[in-house]
Design a protein around this ligand. Structure first.
Ligand code: ACO
Length: 424
């Protein structure tokens, strides 16, 4: 067995090296405290492997993303989102029969309990859809407490959640507009079903443009998993305490909402709109992002792992050109985005820090073209991420993972003498 040696003062710790099939290898530091009296300190866990996983592989230097060994480009070109969801949850591409069965489960479990509809009316009119989504997903446990009962293959459990989240998202949009909800239809594919629930109304059926449906399906594939990011770690953290699937996914939704993470797609559109409304001062934005006097960042740029062009952003940019041409939409925000990218990629600050467009840079423009409101952009991301989160929850739950319990470096006061309130 290979070991890595850490020498600290008089103490030496030989720590086992953990190997991988590809990418980073690691040092198992679990005995470091016992052997050398040390813990590791890694701000943001940026250099810490929190698990051994066989779901997704990312090589940030080379711009590689693979689900279960399959390249993202191949999956986007050749698969539907439902097949990719199956792949992530089961670790293998489905046969025709398997995907048909999975699709049937998605249809069968697409409704939400009618009583859950009352919840929507309890939220104030301008509630953020991510707040509604996280609350509704946790609430699912109250309605479906026996989530995994009678499901040895985990198929129904996964399908139920993937399907219901889509329905919840569409219903929350309808409720926010004061319109009647549109129920799911078994004759439509996953992506078309969502768009129909969002944009159809009893007086005007929605015209399902096949390019638009295909674009949405491909976007969902791009979002489907991204190994141990902030929201997935939240899912795994809850799972490690044997938290139920709904609670874990709800935690993931809350983490994804943050503007440095999935919430960046909303922030990107708001930033582009601001540039547009204020007369297109791209240089000012770039300068502001470089400045150390404020906390502003160029949203949709930079990534903790990718130090080259995010492969998802490359595909999203291509999809953007195709969809906007097909729909004959001339979105000034796309022109601004492309110009912003050009300026930033030539700027020494962005070059030296290896900051490239990430997945959120172009996806917001695509969702805008589909008619999705800005505050729902991160919800679209969450719908796509469901299969990945479910697979990560399953892997954590089935692999005897220890409960997440990190250590800290305490920097507060040492013991102090207690002072009664009248003497303070
Ligand atoms: N604009 C300006 N400066 C940036 C940006 C940016 N978008 N991203 C990183 N930097 C700078 C940082 O200020 C830092 O500078 P310093 O070395 O002088 O301190 C340096 O680049 C490294 O940045 P960190 O935040 O330390 O590195 P990290 O790689 O962990 O950050 C993150 C990743 C959070 C995504 C960051 O790039 C960012 O804030 N981007 C904007 C928000 C965004 O688009 N998030 C979506 C990411 S994709 C996703 O989560 C789905």
């Amino acid at each position: 067995m290979e070991v890595a040696r850490i020498i600290y003062g008089e103490k030496t710790a030989d720590l086992p090296v953990v190997t991988s099939t590809e990418g980073h290898i690691g040092i198992d530091v679990s005995k470091l405290r016992e052997k050398a009296g040390l813990v590791t300190y890694d701000n943001g866990m940026a250099n810490t492997a929190v698990c051994r996983s066989s779901i997704t592989y990312v090589d940030g230097q080379k711009g590689i993303l693979r689900y279960r060994g399959y390249d993202i480009e191949d999956l986007v070109e050749n698969c539907t989102f439902v097949e990719v969801a199956y792949l992530l949850v089961h670790g293998k591409l489905p046969t025709r029969i398997e995907v048909d069965t999975f699709r049937a489960y998605l249809n069968e479990h697409s409704l939400i309990h009618e009583d859950m509809q009352h919840f929507f009316t309890g939220f104030p009119p301008n509630s953020h859809p991510m707040a509604i989504l996280s609350a509704m997903v946790t609430s699912l446990f109250s309605f479906y407490p026996h989530i995994m009962e009678g499901d040895p293959n985990f198929d129904i459990t996964a399908a139920r959640l993937i399907s219901k989240v889509r329905t919840i998202a569409a219903f929350s949009y309808k409720k926010s507009r004061g319109q009647p909800v549109i129920y799911p239809r078994a004759d439509l594919c996953y992506a078309a079903n969502f768009l129909n629930m969002m944009f159809s109304s009893p007086v005007k059926p929605y015209d399902l443009n096949p390019v638009l449906v295909d674009t949405f399906d491909k976007l969902l594939i791009l979002h489907a998993d991204h190994e141990q990011n902030c929201s997935t770690t939240a899912v795994r953290l809850v799972a490690s305490a044997r938290g139920n699937l709904y609670a874990a996914i709800s935690a993931g939704i809350c983490a994804l909402w943050g503007s440095l993470h999935g919430g960046a797609n909303q922030a990107v559109i708001e930033m582009l709109q601001d540039i547009y409304q204020k007369g297109g001062s791209i240089a000012k934005y770039v300068e502001s992002a470089k400045s150390r006097d404020n906390r502003f960042r160029l949203f949709g740029f930079g990534h903790s792992v990718y130090k080259s062009y995010d492969p998802r952003a490359k595909i999203a940019k291509r999809l953007c050109d195709r969809l906007l041409t097909e729909l004959k939409i001339n979105d000034p925000l796309l022109d601004i985005a492309k110009e912003l990218e050009e300026v930033a990629l030539k700027d020494d600050f962005f070059i030296s820090k290896k900051l490239y467009p990430n997945v959120d840079f172009y996806t917001g423009i695509l969702y805008r073209a589909m008619g999705v409101p800005v505050n729902m952009l991160t919800v679209m991301f969450a719908i796509g991420r469901l299969p990945g989160w479910i697979a990560q929850w399953k892997e954590t739950s089935q692999n005897e993972t220890k409960i997440f319990r990190p250590r800290q470096i305490y920097i507060g006061p040492e013991i102090r003498e207690f002072v009664p309130i009248e003497n303070r």
